[in-house]
Design a protein around this ligand. Sequence first.
Ligand code: ATP
Ligand code: MG
Length: 172
Amino acid sequence: MADGCIHVYTGSGKGKTTAALGSALRAAGAGMRVFFAQFIKQRRTSEEEALARFPGEIILKRYETGFLRGGAPKEKDLFTMREALKEVRAVLAAGTAELVVLDEILVAVNCGLIKEEEVLELMREKPRPVELVLTGRGATERIIATADLVTEMREVRHYFSSGVKARKGIEY
Ligand code: ATP
Ligand code: MG
């Protein structure tokens, strides 16, 4: 089997999670098994409903924590993250998914919920055939240097700045 690559979708423009979902859809269509992990998010999302329609191909796991910036992470959230990383490592080691998506994991690193080193370790220990996708604003230099593909979504214009709120089916 061909070697899998490591993707990073970062930047402040729209499209990171959407691109990861598109990859999951495409992989499922090709008969690949997908493990799609969502970090941080707490709001119910429409992608949950959509991904649930591919029970044989896509497994969605949500590891929810409070979103924080600046403040110290809560012990409960650090525990959730430790368990999340254990599960992700187990999925990688078991070879039960050909595509593994870690959505918003880079935000978890920025919030101090996950250590940069732990993400680098996951990237290094990725079994060769697995395709790994990491998303979130603010990818660190070392994570960028370790990935095979890095796409930065650059915001040229966003309707949020004109007061358009997040909409179901479009943002969540
Ligand atoms: P998408 O999920 O649409 O592909 P994304 O993954 O690139 O977007 P994130 O950075 O993960 O975007 O943003 C997550 C959510 O945070 C957005 O869907 C939106 O609801 C909210 N958000 C992002 N940018 C802004 C902003 N400038 N103002 C207000 N809310 C924002
Ligand atoms: Mg996102």
